[in-house]
Design a protein around this ligand. Sequence first.
Ligand code: RB5
Length: 141
Amino acid sequence: MIAIGSDHAGYEFKERIRKLLDDLGEKYIDFGAFSKESCDYPDIAKKVAESITKNEADKGILICGTGIGMSIAANRFNGIRAAVCVNEEMARVSRTHNDSNVLAIGERITPWIEVEKMVKSWLVSEFEGGRHSKRVKKLDL
Ligand code: RB5
């Protein structure tokens, strides 16, 4: 299960990602925004982060204008490893090396064609473990 959310600045891409997830047969919970009306990214990031920490969702995707606010907000929650990525390679390695469980995207930064590749790659990439495991363990405070 994937938790997804955006603020108003990421709403358009969230809607496109919903369609992409439908096409890929992935199940998701949509935590809003539900329109382009202005809202605050920490409120949505909290809902997505908590759905992961409560094990309702395994992973999350958050979109705002830059991806930065969403990643900062989500990373306040213990156990969340949110990676703000701007291309497919970052999205892939955030899984294989960092075991990211949230992908943060900036709608005003990354073109949709790359975002589509990022989401697909992030979803299928697995954490490699090994030497990366001890580093990821050190992330939790
Ligand atoms: C909203 O204008 C914008 O500040 C927000 O979406 C995000 O980019 C914050 O990090």
